[in-house]
Design a binder for this molecule. Sequence first.
Ligand code: FAD
Length: 312
Amino acid sequence: MAEILVLVDHVDGVVKKPTLELLTIARRLGEPSAVYIGSVDAPAEALAKFGAEKVYAVNDAEIKGYLVAPKAEVLQQLVEKTSAGAVLIPSSAEGKEIAGRLAIKIDSGLITDAVDVQAGPVTTQSVFAGSYTVQAKVTKGTPIITVKPNSAAPEEVAGAGAVEAFAPTISAAAKAAQIVASQPRQATGRPELTEAAIVVSGGRGTGGDFTAVEALADSLGAAVGASRAAVDSGWKPHTFQVGQTGKTVSPQLYVANGISGAIQHRAGMQTSKTIVAVNKDEEAPIFELVDFGVVGDLHTVLPALTDEINKR
Ligand code: FAD
């Protein structure tokens, strides 16, 4: 069975959930091999728990100091070494840049932002602001696929997790841009918006008061999002914006509060598995999209909902 390379997304060796999703997807395609690039020991146990048969470990403190180019070279060399059946990469900004560079290097087809991958590999994507769902297949070289967070539920299946140290050759060109300083984003205690299993968003209907939205988010362990109207009003920074010109989210549950459901907002959230909206206007377009809708004032509905959740 062909090896399926999964690029591990991690913070100082702590594996992020999208990687576990990719390992689950990789099992549909072949034998999952994790590719870990980091300056602390490879988290082999965590990766094996979700089916990684092999863990290629590049422990190179130097690579950490560079941007994405060396990572593409690591993958290139591993594809050549293993004759991999496919490469799966998380659909982050960094992941997509690595994937693009890798595709050029190995002269292969590339599919970005898949929301599902099945044997083939055949991918599913949501395109043109979500107006179409497309099934696609790479027809040249080793398929390279970036997959959006929350595209699969991670399944625990024991893999061998055999660690194999890998020493790549990194070209001078790949080291041409270097990180000179990096500060972690201020921790909010909430999950990252694009990776969260639950997102609770607020729009113009909050009137700028996100207290009820945030309290509901915290009771559900959710990330907080916002419509562009809320962002443009200065109520939340742009990093919170969901939509065509913001972030695309695909959580298990999306709760839209005081958001009308404009096409540009939908583009960023309509692949969510379950959609709930609270809006005081029963004619609001968001209700065309929802699985559950509540017609009411969010400042009344959300605290009642939060109280009920906190009691359980
Ligand atoms: P509104 O459309 O004003 O809706 C507010 C809603 O709140 C209404 O439905 C109202 O009934 C309800 N409401 C009011 N008070 C309450 C209350 N107390 N309780 C409950 N409900 C209440 N938008 C995005 O979100 N993301 C994008 O990325 C994005 N990109 C864009 C790109 C372009 C090129 C363009 C042209 C537009 C873009 N927009 C984007 C803007 C988009 O068209 C809408 O203007 C925006 O989404 C509206 O935000 P909203 O739903 O919060 O506000």
